[in-house]
Write a protein of this length. Structure first.
Lengths: 136, 152
């Protein structure tokens, strides 16, 4: 599997509904999402984003991952060659599984964000008995 | 249905005219495509590089998320800098089912010819937040020299 030759994945910009006030670019990070018995894990590529710049929220079953680039990363000087653009990252997912909000964990290491979403115990079906009210 | 004699069909005078028209259309398409690619300057060899020049230094940057510093091999020969490496799959426990799989793993090798002579002893490389930064100083012969103007 390691024999695979890597290719450049062109960055795709997030399509906003409106315009942003700042002239910033938001890119869609490449992600892997996988599920095990107890949790759902999202791994996203966010090069140039430090831990402080990461923002993960889960609201109404929508998971939003956002990464703000580290301003210090930008070197000064004249650009001789520019093959990639830098910017912020943003992506949203609708999560179908029921997630325990309190136990979400996010870590970032070497430009890879990893969000672990533990699933909650499936609620036991509760049977409600229906009785006819007997007239007295 | 009207019957048209074979020789009177449009295009029959030059049966290749239609091919010529298609070819011109394709030429136009490919020219536009290439021109657009040129403006953005996107590279196709992994990793994509950004090169910056300052008065005395040259900086090369590459986004390599998930590549360990140990797995990188940077060498310099003649005027070509080569970046080689591999990205290992991350550990993901056992028994998982994938919903999405977009992150690739594998090998890469990229050579870049430096536009300016540099001092090979000053090359330094570092990884921070998944971004590789290689810095080097220009060779003494191409560093800008200040000329003092003497007032007479």
């Amino acid at each position: 599997m390691n024999e695979h030759e890597l290719k450049v994945q062109q960055k795709q910009e997030v399509q906003h509904k409106g315009e942003t006030t700042k002239r910033e670019k938001y890119f869609i990070p490449a992600v892997d999402i996988f599920e095990s018995e107890g949790e759902v894990t999202v791994v996203a590529e966010m090069p140039g984003v430090a831990a402080e710049g990461i923002d993960v929220t889960l609201e109404d079953d929508v998971l939003t991952i956002r990464g703000r680039k580290d301003e210090a990363e930008l070197p000064g000087g004249r650009i001789l060659l520019q093959e990639y653009e830098t910017g912020n990252y943003q992506r949203r997912f609708t999560v179908a599984e029921t997630i325990d909000q309190e136990k979400i964990k996010a870590t970032v290491n070497n430009g890879m964000l990893r969000v672990v979403l533990p699933k909650t115990e499936p609620a036991k079906p509760k049977k409600i008995e229906v009785r006819t009210t007997e007239e007295e | 249905m009207a019957i048209i004699r074979f020789t009177e069909r449009p295009g029959a005078a030059n049966p290749w005219a239609e091919f010529e028209r298609i070819r011109q259309g394709l030429d136009h398409l490919s020219r536009n495509f290439l021109a657009r690619d040129d403006v953005h300057g996107h590279g196709t060899v992994f990793p994509a590089l950004n090169v910056y020049e300052e008065n005395e230094t040259l900086t090369i940057k590459a986004e390599l998320p998930g590549v360990k510093a140990d797995n990188l091999d940077i060498s310099f020969e003649g005027d070509t800098l080569t970046i080689k490496g591999k990205r290992d799959p991350y550990h993901n426990g056992e028994k998982v089912s994938y919903h999405r799989r977009e992150i690739e793993t594998g090998n890469f090798s990229r050579g870049v010819t430096l536009p300016i002579k540099i001092d090979a002893d000053t090359i330094a490389a570092g990884m921070r937040n998944g971004v590789l930064t290689i810095t080097m100083e220009k060779a003494a012969s191409v560093k800008p020299r200040k000329v003092n103007v003497l007032a007479e």
